[in-house]
Design a protein around this ligand. Structure first.
Ligand code: NAD
Ligand code: IPM
Ligand code: MN
Length: 359
């Protein structure tokens, strides 16, 4: 049987709670699909920083990078905690991982599952994926401030967009569209961010010529938020920069029935370093320790992980179990571990179609 090495970073707040459920499901589905996951847990995040002063050492990074894949819960302390000022766990840990491991595709699928209580009254069929650029944009830390702390302070945070970086993520988005419903929407703000907008637009137009079967559309990001609420069914693949993608995918999570359902993959499509899978949500300090967190996003991130590793049947088994679990929720309140247990039990059971094959 195949063995996969998995670095696990449970993190802070609800991170460890949802990761425990994701691992339950992963191990349950793995044994049925002739694969074994050897996990190494890395204690990283705000808690580790407060204990040791380390955010992510070079040794940690090298050890994580030596695994086949990474599963992350969520990192980040309570916003406003004075002990964390200057630590910048998000940049020093999460972004450092994404940048060092060249996770240039941040893949964030959204579906409205049957039976889910979406805040949209009549959402229709919703199944789209945001291909968010993961290594550039305003996230690169190209900024600074002068006259800091004075009334004349000037703070710059420059968005970096390279032709190389934009082209590779756009190409990935076109390939993704080709494998789906062949519709791609570029989301940007070309009317105001004219330099970066022009680069994205020209690259999309150029790459589109290689994918004549993919229909291309463009929306300004503000208008995109309108359609995500009024007509999300129009979307198939959205491609956008790092910051717009961050914002749009929290909105996408909300319309899909809650941020607790939104999964993501930080993908290195070239396979030069391990890809990392994590829920879209954060450490949710407001509900940490209460077993109120929905572990579904973490569990669906396991489905993305399995798919990335070429274990598509195991991935489908997880998605099927999650879909059934969501359909059965109506009005019930269950704890984090009750949801995880139910899905872990369901993935280890023969699916209806598999049992039909036996008869
Ligand atoms: P958040 O996503 O942690 O929480 C926003 C809201 O969503 C909260 O009300 C929370 O209770 C709710 N929520 C989140 N996940 C949920 C789940 N699984 N089930 C039910 N409800 C859920 O965002 P925030 O409050 O802006 O950030 C908190 C901390 O997390 C910050 O330090 C932030 O930087 C960090 N963060 C980390 C990641 C990550 O590790 N990938 C992502 C986003 C935010
Ligand atoms: C996310 C988070 C991160 C981001 C933060 C915590 C750095 O919000 O994964 O969506 O902005 O990418
Ligand atoms: Mn976010």
């Amino acid at each position: 049987s195949r063995t996969v090495s998995l670095a696990v970073i449970p993190g802070d707040g609800i991170g460890p709670e949802v990761t425990a459920e994701a691992l339950k499901v992963l191990h349950a589905v793995a044994s049925d699909h002739d694969v074994e996951f050897e996990t190494t847990s890395f204690s990283l995040g705000a808690a580790r920083y407060l204990e040791t002063g380390d955010v992510l050492t070079d040794e940690d990074l090298a050890a994580i990078a030596s695994h086949d894949a990474i599963l992350l819960g969520a990192v980040g302390g309570v916003p406003g905690d004075p002990r964390l000022v200057g630590a910048n766990i998000e940049r020093g840990l999460l972004l450092r991982l994404r940048f060092s491991l060249d996770h240039y595709v941040n893949l964030r699928p959204t579906r409205i599952y049957p039976g889910v209580p979406s805040p949209l009254a009549d959402a229709g069929d919703v199944d789209f994926v945001v291909v968010r650029e993961g290594t550039e944009g305003p996230y690169v830390g190209n900024g600074g401030s002068i006259r800091t702390g004075t009334p004349h302070e000037v703070a710059n945070e420059v968005s970096v967009n390279t032709a190389y970086g934009v082209e590779r993520v756009v190409r990935y988005a076109f390939r993704t569209a080709q494998s789906r419903r062949r519709k791609l929407t570029l989301v940007h703000k070309t009317n105001v961010l004219t330099f970066a907008g022009s680069l994205w637009k020209r690259i999309v137009d150029a790459v589109a010529a290689e994918f004549p079967d993919v229909e291309v559309d463009y929306l300004h990001v503000d208008a995109a938020t309108i359609f995500l609420v009024t007509n999300p069914g129009r979307f198939d693949v959205l491609v956008t920069d790092n910051l717009f993608g961050d914002i749009l995918t929290d909105l996408a999570g909300a319309i899909s029935g809650g941020i607790g359902l939104a999964a993501s993959g930080n993908i290195n499509p070239d396979g030069t370093s391990p890809s990392m899978f994590e829920p879209v949500h954060g450490s949710a300090p407001d509900i940490a320790g209460t077993q109120k967190a929905d572990p579904t996003a973490a569990i669906l991130s396991v489905a993305l992980l399995l798919d990335h590793l070429g274990l598509s049947e195991a991935s489908a088994a997880v998605t099927t179990a999650v879909t059934a679990d969501i359909a059965s929720r109506a009005g019930r309140t269950r704890s984090t571990s009750e949801i995880g247990d139910a899905i872990a039990t369901a993935v280890s059971q023969p699916t209806p179609s598999a049992s039909k094959d036996l008869s």
